[in-house]
Ligand binder design. Structure first.
Ligand SMILES: [Zn+2]
Length: 460
C-alpha cells in the first residue's frame, strides 16, 4: 500500500515495522460537547484505513485517547456547575453513541489523560533531565529553540512561528515559542501533585506518553486532522524525540483534510458546524459515509446538504441490489472478481476512496442486468460475495438483509413445497422444468434423489 506521509511530503510504500501488526495512534477528542461532522469525517478516514489494512491481512492495534482534562472542559463544567469529570464522562459516552451509530470500528484502547498523570509527570521529568524543558514558577515549558529538529513535521521556520506566536500574560515562558508541558493549578481547578507543585498536564504531552506507553517507539501510523499538524503534532514529535531520539517516534504521519461549511473550517469554537448526531438523524449512516468518502481523505471537503441528497439516491442503488441478492446463496468458497482487486488497488493507492466507490458502482452497473432477469445465474453468488466484501470495507452494514437464516424446519417446509410442485411437473411430463429445478438445487448444494418411495433431498 502507498500512503502519503506528511513528514516526507510524499507517498511512500507502507508496511508495518513489526511482523504483520500495524501500530496506529489517532488523536482523540476533548469531550466537552457533541461531535460535529468534521470529527465524523476524521474518524471515518481512520476507520476505513483500519478496515482496509485488516482486509489485507494485517492486525491493526488502534489506540485513541480522550483529552479528559483541559481548559475547555473546565470552563464548560463551570458554566454548568458540574465537576469536570462528570462532563468528560458524559461526552465520552455520547462519543461512543454517535460513532457506533456511524459504524466507526472501536479502537483497541481509549486511554484518558487523567488515568495517566503518573506516567506523564515521569516523562516530563525526563525531558527536563535531557535539558529540553525548564520549570518556571510551578509551570514546565518545552524550550523550542533548544531542540534542533523543531519544525521538521510542519515545515515551518522559527521566524514564521514567531510571527504567529501569542503570549498569554498568565504564562511564565522564557520564549514565546515555548509550550507548556505542565500547568500549575489556578484556584478551584482540578489538580494533581507533581515535583513542580499542584497542577495538570499541558495538551500535547499526553499523546507522546500514551502512544509510547501503549505502542512503543517507531509506531507505524500517527493520525489526526490536518489542523493538528501544527502545533499539536509538531510538539508531540519534539517532546517525544527529545527523549527517545530524532525520528524514533512515528514512521508515517497521516492527516485528513478538514470539513468546511460555507467555505469556512467547521469548528466548535467558531460555532460554524453541524452536529454529527443531527446529520445521523437526517441521513442513514451509510449515506453519510458514502458522501464523505466521495472526496479523497487529504482534500478539504465542502459540506453540501444538496449533494448529500444525491448521494442518498446513489446509495439506494447499492442497497436495492443487496436486497435483491439476499436470497442468492454464498459461493461454496471465496471467488474474487477482478472488480474486487480493482477496488482494493484503488484503496492501496493512498486510500483513494472516490476511485474505489467508482469501481463498486460500475460493478453494480455491469451485473444488475443479470440480476434483473430474475433467473438463476451462476455468476450471482460471486457477484453477491464480491459486492458485500466491498461494502464491508466501506463499513456498510447489511447483516439483517443478507443473512438468510433458514432454520431446518423452515427449510424442510420449503423443500416439501418444491418437491410437490416438481412431482406435478413430472406427472405432466414437463421434464425440462423438473430437471431445471433439480439442477438448480444441486448447484446450491441441495441434492434431490428420486426413489420408488418418492423424492428425497439432502444437503451435499
Ligand atoms: Zn494527539
Amino acid at each position: 500500500m502507498r500512503l502519503y506521509n506528511t513528514l516526507t511530503k510524499s507517498e511512500e510504500e507502507f508496511s508495518p515495522k513489526k511482523h504483520n501488526m500495524v501500530r496506529m495512534y489517532v488523536c482523540g477528542v476533548t469531550p466537552y460537547d457533541y461531535c460535529h461532522i468534521g470529527h465524523g469525517r476524521s474518524y471515518l478516514v481512520y476507520d476505513i484505513l483500519y478496515r482496509f489494512l485488516e482486509s489485507e491481512g494485517y492486525k491493526v492495534l488502534w489506540i485513541q485517547n480522550f483529552t479528559d482534562i483541559d481548559d475547555k472542559i473546565i470552563n464548560r463544567a463551570n458554566e454548568l456547575g458540574i465537576p469536570p469529570k462528570e462532563l468528560a464522562d458524559r461526552f465520552i459516552s455520547e462519543y461512543f453513541v454517535d460513532m457506533d451509530r456511524f459504524g466507526i470500528s472501536r479502537a483497541f484502547v481509549y486511554p484518558r489523560v487523567t488515568e495517566h498523570i503518573e506516567e506523564i509527570v515521569e516523562f516530563i521529568g525526563k525531558i527536563i533531565e535531557k535539558g529540553y524543558a525548564y520549570e518556571s514558577d510551578g509551570d514546565v515549558y518545552f524550550s523550542v529553540r533548544s531542540y534542533p529538529y523543531y519544525g521538521k513535521l510542519s515545515k515551518r521556520s522559527l521566524e514564521e512561528m514567531m510571527a504567529g506566536a501569542r503570549v498569554d500574560p498568565s504564562e511564565k515562558k522564557r520564549d514565546p515559542l515555548d509550550f507548556a508541558l505542565w500547568k500549575s493549578a489556578k484556584p478551584g481547578e482540578p489538580y494533581w501533585e507533581s515535583p513542580w507543585g499542584k497542577g495538570r498536564p499541558g495538551w500535547h504531552i499526553e499523546c507522546s506518553v500514551m502512544s509510547l506507553l501503549y505502542l512503543g517507539e517507531e509506531i507505524d501510523i500517527h493520525g489526526g486532522g490536518a489542523d493538528l499538524i501544527f502545533p499539536h503534532h509538531e510538539n508531540e514529535k519534539a517532546q517525544s524525540e527529545a527523549v527517545i531520539g530524532d525520528g524514533k517516534f512515528v514512521r508515517f504521519w497521516i492527516h485528513n483534510g478538514l470539513v468546511n461549511l460555507k467555505s469556512e473550517k467547521m469548528s466548535k469554537s467558531t460555532g460554524n458546524f453541524i452536529v454529527l448526531r443531527e446529520a445521523l438523524n437526517s441521513y442513514k449512516p451509510e449515506v453519510l459515509r458514502l458522501y464523505l468518502l466521495g472526496t479523497h481523505y487529504r482534500s478539504p471537503l465542502d459540506f453540501d446538504p444538496q449533494a448529500l441528497e444525491d448521494t442518498g439516491r446513489a446509495y439506494s442503488r447499492i442497497e436495492d441490489t443487496v436486497k435483491l441478492l439476499a436470497h442468492i446463496p454464498d459461493p461454496p468458497s471465496p471467488v474474487y472478481d477482478q472488480a474486487f482487486f480493482d477496488f482494493k488497488s484503488a484503496l492501496s493507492n493512498d486510500l483513494n476512496t472516490p476511485q474505489a466507490i467508482g469501481v463498486l458502482f460500475s460493478y453494480i452497473r455491469e451485473n444488475r442486468p443479470i440480476l434483473d432477469k430474475g433467473a438463476w445465474d451462476p455468476i450471482l453468488p460471486i457477484f453477491k460475495f464480491n459486492l458485500l466484501k466491498m461494502c464491508e470495507i466501506l463499513g456498510f452494514k447489511f447483516s439483517e438483509l443478507t443473512k438468510v437464516s433458514l432454520d431446518t424446519n423452515k427449510l424442510r417446509e420449503v423443500m416439501d413445497i418444491v418437491i410437490k410442485i416438481r412431482n406435478r411437473l413430472r406427472q405432466e411430463k414437463r421434464f425440462d422444468l423438473s430437471d431445471e429445478i433439480r439442477d438448480s438445487l444441486n448447484s446450491i448444494g441441495i441434492i434431490l434423489e428420486d426413489t420408488k418411495e418418492g423424492t428425497r433431498w439432502k444437503m451435499s
